[in-house]
Write a protein of this length. Structure first.
Length: 333
């Protein structure tokens, strides 16, 4: 990832003004302020004060630079730049729509240009929005926006008791059949929200892949339940997930079909290495650039069968399908 860009503050601009008059080199300014030298050069060029009526006052001034930067940012705001878009948003606010409803409706309609709810909230509480008292049309009628730090924290979606730390050793060391891992395979954003759920049994490496229209948790978990529901309980004892939002309805999995769920630590995909390795193999036939929307359920089954009927070194050159069948027979005896 690249470095995070931050705007210069008024304090930093005043320092630049003093250093400029003292003829301090730009490289030294950048080093002290911990900004890129090009940021300082750009600042001096873009916010240079010049007035024909006061030719002797040309130069860089911190306070003037701050005002110019603020004015430029205000002009670039979408709801200032596009008056028609602004009028549409204001009309919907006055009709009782919330910023969330407006933003997501624009996505649904495929409107261009469009704005997100955060942009709308910022406009409502800007001087332009305050002039029209747009805050009054919000459900809470709050005159000033509540500071971020005072907003109520949401309850954690994944209970501590389902952490992978509490998963039995028999599962962790693959001594017991019937424990699965699941993950979501995503594709290029321009190809839509369609994705694939990969399920891999930890002992046999047997794989099931399921096509989903989007990342909503209920359809994703519903397909997982439908796929493993008909297996004996001994063949679907547990599933290990990561902490993606698509798996937040995990209590339904336990309540409806009796399969235990475990969750990896945050940002620790290596803790479900079986399905991660399976994803790498599946990318051979399902690369990120493939338009998964055109794949049928039959196509998914063909890919799945190809993977499950390929010999694996870790299985003594048996295929996942053969090992899965053997383990199932042992459990049914």
């Amino acid at each position: 990832m690249g470095a995070v860009y931050s705007q210069l503050s008024i304090t930093e601009r005043r320092k630049i003004e003093r250093w400029r008059h003292a003829k301090v080199p730009v490289d030294e300014m950048a080093c002290v302020l911990k900004h890129c030298r090009s940021t300082i050069f750009r600042e001096l060029k873009r916010n240079h004060f010049s007035d024909e009526s006061m030719p002797k006052c040309d130069g860089y001034y911190g306070a003037a630079a701050q005002l110019m930067a603020a004015d430029r940012r205000a002009r670039q705001r979408k709801l200032i730049k596009y008056p028609e878009l602004c009028s549409c948003v204001i009309e919907r606010i006055k009709n009782g729509w919330t910023p969330e409803q407006i933003g997501n409706r624009m996505i649904h309609e495929g409107a261009k240009p469009r704005v997100c709810q955060e942009t709308i909230y910022r406009y409502i509480y800007s001087k332009e929005g305050q002039r029209d008292d747009l805050w009054w049309y919000l459900p809470t009628h709050r005159v000033a926006r509540r500071p971020r730090r005072t907003r109520r924290r949401r309850q954690p979606k994944f209970h501590r008791d389902v952490s992978i730390l509490f998963r039995p050793d028999d599962v962790a060391h693959r001594r017991q059949f019937g424990h699965w891992e699941a993950d979501l395979m995503l594709f290029k954003q321009k190809l839509g929200q369609t994705n694939v759920t990969a399920l891999a049994e930890r002992v046999s490496r047997f794989t099931v892949i399921l096509k989903n229209p989007n990342k909503r948790t209920k359809p994703v978990m519903g397909k997982i339940m439908d796929a493993i529901r008909d297996l004996p309980l001994t063949a679907r004892k547990s599933i290990t997930f990561d902490r993606g939002t698509e798996f937040v309805s995990w209590p339904h999995l336990q309540a409806e079909i009796g399969t235990q769920t475990w969750f990896c630590d945050p940002s620790s995909p290596w803790q479900k290495g079986t399905v991660e390795n399976t994803n790498r193999r599946l990318r051979r036939w399902l690369p990120r650039k493939r338009d998964i929307r055109r794949c049928t359920d039959h196509d998914m089954k063909v890919i799945c069968d190809r993977l499950n009927n390929t010999p694996r070194k870790c299985l003594g050159w048996k295929t996942p399908a053969e090992v899965f069948r053997e383990k199932m027979m042992e459990e049914l005896r």
